[in-house]
Design a protein around this ligand. Structure first.
Ligand code: ZN
Length: 787
């Protein structure tokens, strides 16, 4: 249950149920059980409030431009959630994998991949006339017949208890509208799945599945043929697309089936909004098709957020280029907002990355890698506000745990997404994708991946998806698998290529074994379930001998542990893996070396790590964190650097006007700066009421000395950061901050911290603890602070 959402008609929020769960669980469970046994549901469960939310950028006077939002009672939603999780288990079994929505392990990106692959096949098989029909159903969710829905559930065998549960909810529903804060008279609802109810999408797809089965089984409807398989349809919620050969006869039959199904189930096709892409049809044939079917053939359609046309060549321009034009506009607007460096990085992460990530996952088709450089340049320009970058791009993109700024690297995200698609090629399990994507392959997939067969079969790279993801694989191949990989299937690689894959291919991890230091193929006896006959075994033996010369991967490779084994989060796992490699040479960062030279002794790598991982967490304030990062990367321009860049003769310190103005001089060794730090140091001893060493790494970088007690460290960080931010304020001037300025600055931070503490509900005690000594000090020495 998500907290913080609007409650239903009874006004009880999910926080109410969460807080009182010890008292409410038992009675609620009894009610649920009674309903499952056939009792009626509480009256309040049948009620909903409906409010109208205007759609963005539309005319507000038209009713159709408002989106209705239902508010349901929370106890009802708890009950529906329980039913939904049970229903999901059943549906996962009975719903064909053509339907990708709402069920675990099914992704809408499979659907776009399927469509692009089909267009690619039709581009090669120019004699196959085909249409892609993007169905639009009129308010599909709202028109479903209850009677049909219940009968259908019975047919699926969901069990009596479940049926009772649904019966109780879907026998009578009432709703009241909220318009301008006034609640209207109640009215009854007699069809459609309930909006806002977790069961609703599941009920919808189970009804839709009836239609899809009719289409799948009908012989007059011909899908795109690959060997013995037909690819007829893909669905995601109410987004349904049909991919048909024999356009006229197939389409006419489909329309009949939809009509027949619609009459009983309450499903209605919207012919005006249903769009068709035609492939390999002459203009005359296209005209004929439109007349016969009353559907309109178009040049472009938008499907699941992707702009498609009958030629995949347009995909890059219609999606990536278009999207980037929008992003650039956004960047220009945000440039005027005066965000801090970290704020600008956050803007990229929260606004640019999701849009691009969507395209990366839906469209693996980028073969002009120059675009990444162009995008990176635009991002850089925004991050540095058009000025010269002060920190290397690699460091900016590195993860926070390694001292980076975690600015997204779009190219690596694209490549990580490519690996999610490649996973099917490695595992050879998703045979529907493999058959379609490899319809004209001359060899097995693993022959291309591992045995260099692309050199023999050059047409392999003529396929837009195959070319793009294969390029990514080749870039990382040697890094990821130095020896013969465990996932490699020698059997598949050497098999005579058929149009349809066999379902199961044994991988090396299943067929070899180790004796002593030596790898060998398991005996034919052991492998009798995996190989066909002695000839087959002999063939594998041949390949094995060659692969053995390269040597075998003994332990699981990163590719296995990060991509092949996990079921979830593989994109971010792969991103982190690629990122690590890409930033590896930066691990000993040049800034760290310079700091060690200045301070005169080495700073342990662990100390840096501690600073990145925990040291920065003392504050929620970005300006303070940013100061530490800037110190670490020696951001501030010095007279020495400026003299070098602009060929000036004067490189003297702005404060003392005597010594060379190096970074370390201006921050620490200059006599005037030194005096200022001495003041701060003495004041801090007064605050803490004990002494501790005065070390530059503590005052400049926030690596707090062990002598400073643990509970004072947060205050120490605030105090030194305040001093540094003030020094930076007087940068390029002969002046230095005063003691009063420092005290005022620190008092500001105290107020800010107390405010964030209250917002975040941290509890007064922690705040008190952090600042108590500072308050005492102000009072005792300066009478500045009244409690
Ligand atoms: Zn100086």
């Amino acid at each position: 249950m998500q907290l913080g959402k609007s409650p239903g008609p009874d006004g009880l929020t999910s926080k109410y149920y969460k807080t009182l769960k010890d008292y409410l669980t038992q009675p609620l469970m009894e009610v649920c059980n009674q309903i499952m046994e056939g009792k009626k549901a509480p009256e309040s469960w049948k009620e909903a409030f409906i409010t109208l939310i205007p759609k963005v950028e539309t005319e507000k006077t038209q009713l159709k431009n408002y989106r209705p939002i239902s508010l349901l009672n929370v106890d009802y939603k708890i009950f529906a959630d329980i039913l939904a999780s049970r229903l999901k288990k059943v549906l996962n079994e009975v719903i064909h994998k053509d339907q990708a929505g709402f069920l675990p392990g099914r992704h809408l990106f499979d659907n776009t991949r399927n469509i692009i692959d089909i267009l690619e096949l039709l581009q090669t098989n120019i004699n196959t006339r085909a249409v892609l029909i993007f169905i639009d159903a009129e308010k599909a969710f709202d028109n479903i017949s209850w009677m049909f829905m219940k009968k259908n559930l019975e047919g699926m065998g969901v069990g009596r208890g479940f049926e009772n549960g649904i019966e109780a909810i879907y026998s009578e529903q009432k709703a009241k509208l909220i318009v301008n804060n006034v609640v209207t008279e109640e009215f009854k609802i007699e069809k459609g799945t309930r909006q806002g109810c977790p069961l609703s999408p599941l009920l919808f797809i189970s009804v839709l599945e009836v239609l899809l089965n009719m289409i799948r089984e009908d012989r007059l409807v011909q899908g795109i043929q690959v060997g013995v398989k037909q690819y007829k349809l893909k669905a995601f919620a109410d987004d349904l697309v049909l991919t048909l050969q024999e356009p006229e006869s197939s389409t006419k039959r489909v329309l009949e089936l939809i009509h027949e199904f619609g009459r009983v189930a309450g499903f209605k096709l919207n012919k005006q909004k249903t769009k068709v892409l035609a492939k390999n049809l002459t203009p005359t044939e296209t005209d004929g098709f439109q007349k016969e079917t009353e559907l309109s053939v178009v040049k472009k359609v938008k499907y699941l957020g992707v702009h498609l046309s009958s030629k995949n060549l347009n995909l890059f321009k219609d999606n990536y280029e278009k999207c980037w034009v929008e992003i650039k506009k956004d960047l220009e607007i945000w440039s005027r907002l005066k965000l801090s460096l970290l704020g600008r990085i956050a803007a990229i992460k929260m606004n640019v990355l999701p849009k691009m990530l969507f395209l990366f996952q839906a469209l693996q088709i980028v073969d002009r890698v120059e675009c990444f450089g162009k995008w990176q340049k635009d991002i850089s320009k925004f991050v540095w506000q058009g000025k010269k970058p002060r920190i290397k791009f690699k460091i900016l993109t590195d993860s926070k745990e390694r001292g980076g700024f975690a600015l997204p690297d779009l190219r690596l995200y694209y490549e990580a997404a490519a690996f999610c698609w490649l996973k099917d090629w490695f595992l050879l399990e998703n045979t529907d994708v493999l058959d379609l994507e490899g319809f004209d392959n001359a060899f097995g997939w693993h022959a291309y991946l591992w045995y260099d067969k692309v050199k023999v079969h050059k047409l392999f790279k003529n396929h837009i998806v195959r070319r793009a993801i294969f390029m990514v694989w080749m870039k990382y191949k040697d890094l990821l698998e130095g020896k013969t990989p465990r996932w490699l299937s020698p059997v598949e690689a050497k098999a005579r290529k058929r149009l349809n894959m066999e379902a199961y291919w044994p991988k090396y991890w299943e067929i070899i074994e180790k004796t002593g230091d030596n790898w060998r193929l398991q005996s034919q006896e052991k492998l009798k379930n995996k190989v066909r006959d002695w000839l087959h075994y002999a063939q594998i033996q041949e390949v094995f001998k060659i692969d053995k010369k390269v040597g075998f991967q003994v332990e699981k490779s990163k590719l296995e542990t990060e991509l092949l084994e996990p079921k979830t989060k593989i994109l971010s796992r792969m991103y982190n893996l690629l990122l690590k490699w890409n930033t590896q040479d930066e691990t000993v960062k040049s800034a760290m070396i310079k700091w060690a030279q200045d301070i005169g002794h080495n700073i342990m790598f662990e100390d840096w790590e501690r600073l990145w991982n925990t040291g920065m967490k003392f504050t929620a304030c970005n300006a303070l964190k940013e100061n530490i990062m800037k110190m670490m990367y020696r951001w501030y321009m010095t007279p020495v650097k400026l003299a070098k860049i602009y060929h000036l003769s004067d490189n003297k310190c702005w404060k003392c006007r005597e010594a060379e103005g190096t970074f370390f001089h201006l921050w620490w060794t200059c006599p005037k700066v030194k005096a200022f730090w001495e003041v701060i140091y003495n004041e801090l001893k007064k605050v803490f009421r004990y002494t501790f060493p005065k070390k530059p790494e503590a005052f400049l970088l926030g690596m707090v000395d062990q002598k400073v007690s643990k509970k004072d460290r947060s205050l120490f960080m605030y105090a030194t950061t305040a001093a540094r931010i003030l020094i930076a304020k007087y940068w390029k001037t002969p002046d230095l901050p005063t003691l009063e300025e420092w005290q005022t600055q620190l008092m500001d931070y105290m107020e800010l911290a107390e405010m964030t503490g209250r917002i975040r509900d941290l509890g007064e005690e922690i705040m008190e603890e952090d600042w108590k000594k500072f308050k005492d000090y102000l009072q005792k020495h300066y009478k500045l602070y009244e409690c």
